[in-house]
Design a protein around this ligand. Structure first.
Ligand code: THU
Length: 159
């Protein structure tokens, strides 16, 4: 038996202005994407902005349904749309911004397990790290790849 330790390095910013210009753009797009949220049940609006390797920014927002499990998170609406329309273009970075009753959360909303698993799948498909940016009004966290949010990723039955 041996004891192991896993550590995660990530960057934290107190304002988007401290970030690279392309990340600032993505943060703004994620906040803007909240406008597309259909969330009459939770009143929690989530916007996602996905930057593709061809420079395109794809927006997504959570879509709820009276039959609760039929809804979908913001992250997956963006990734599935990109996967369907640009299947061969890597997904470089994904920013996520959650708002409670229209007010951007102070501390960033964190993606659910199902969304992390989908991020992991596309990151593996394209063989390129996907940067994840979690946006809050008081702090913004930047992770270098999906592995940092989902260690010991399930990716196959054969490994
Ligand atoms: N939601 C997202 O869109 N992304 C997340 O990362 C967490 C949760 C949505 C699902 C539901 O519409 C609402 O937020 C409340 O859970």
């Amino acid at each position: 038996m041996s004891n192991k330790r896993l550590t995660i390095d990530y960057e934290e910013f107190t304002s988007a202005e401290q970030m690279l210009p392309e990340d600032q753009e993505l943060v703004k797009a994620a906040i803007d994407a909240q406008k597309g949220s259909y969330s009459p049940y939770s009143n929690f609006q989530v916007g996602a902005a996905l930057r593709l390797a061809n420079g395109l920014i794809v927006k997504g927002a959570n879509q709820e349904n009276a039959a609760y499990p039929s809804g979908l998170c913001a992250e997956r609406t963006a990734m599935f749309w990109a996967g369907a329309n640009y299947p061969d273009v890597p997904m470089d970075a994904l920013a996520i911004a959650g708002a409670d009753h229209g007010v951007l959360c102070e501390s960033p909303a964190s993606p659910c397990g199902a969304c992390r698993q989908v991020m992991a799948e596309y990151q593996k498909k394209h063989g390129k790290p996907m940067i994840i940016i979690l946006v809050g009004s008081k702090r913004i966290r930047k992770f270098h790849c999906v592995d940092d949010l989902l260690p010991f990723i399930f990716d196959s039955l054969t490994v």
